[in-house]
Design a protein around this ligand. Structure first.
Ligand SMILES: [Fe+2]
Length: 238
């Protein structure tokens, strides 16, 4: 006796599941494509990533215990870090570093005859929340010779550096002559331009969204990796 199915019989369950999965994949494909985001352009970390621990390591760069508040336009810098599929980098470490309101880095390599603002921390880090969100208190960056105002930013996750870049002040006149900003494809430059707008109680507001490619880990010099570990230890024991 033949064991073949009648033509109108429903296909066996495994085959039905395979057909449904194939249909589902076809339907989901446009959604997956829509969720793909372009990674934020990378930039050099520059020569002023901390080589010695800052006096404090936290997310408020405008306040150092026992000292006057930092000079400059205090700013609430918020943002989110997502991957190219739109997933938040929950728990990732975001680092920022920048010069003080006089244009001076708190770094032994910056020996220009410019006064140092002791109330500015120079560096800070924090971890992203479940939605990939982060928050810093810092100052609106200022220009220094040869550079438009910028804040250096790095994102690390699971021991890998996902992104090193710099954010710039949208509308700053110095942007037009900044060679690092100019090196970025014009169509992608917008991703690094951040508006600094008036907020509550005289604090500016700025928002910087980043997209990282989890398939690409940035390469950094060994001393940077050493200092990152040192900075984390400093925070743990604070
Ligand atoms: Fe810089």
């Amino acid at each position: 006796m033949s064991r073949s199915r009648r033509p109108d019989a429903p296909p066996p369950a495994p085959r039905r599941r395979a057909v449904l999965a194939a249909i589902g994949a076809v339907l989901a494909a446009p959604v997956a494509r829509a969720a793909t985001r372009q990674a934020t352009p990378a930039q050099t970390s520059g020569p002023f990533y901390p080589r010695t621990p800052p006096v404090e390591v936290d997310a408020d760069l405008t306040s150092v215990a026992g000292r006057a508040p930092a000079r400059g336009a205090h700013t609430e810098l918020t943002g989110r870090v997502l991957d190219t599929g739109g997933r938040p980098l929950s728990g990732a470490m975001v680092e920022i570093w920048q010069c003080d309101a006089h244009g001076r880095y708190h770094h032994p390599g910056d020996d220009r005859p410019v006064p140092l603002d002791p109330g500015f921390q120079g560096y800070g880090h924090t971890r992203c929340d479940a939605a990939g969100g982060y928050r810093f208190r810092t100052i609106r960056p200022v220009a220094y010779p040869g550079r438009a105002p910028h804040i250096h930013v790095a994102v690390r996750e699971s021991g890998s550096v996902r992104l090193v870049t710099q954010l710039y002040v949208a509308g700053a006149p110095e942007n037009a002559s900044d060679r690092l900003l100019d090196a970025i494809d014009a169509a992608r430059r917008e991703a690094l331009l951040v508006r600094f707008e008036a907020g509550d109680a005289g604090i500016l507001r700025a928002h910087f969204e980043m997209v990282v490619d989890r398939g690409q880990a940035a390469v950094e010099p060994p001393w940077v990796a050493w200092m990152r570990r040192h900075l984390e230890d400093a925070r743990r024991t604070a």
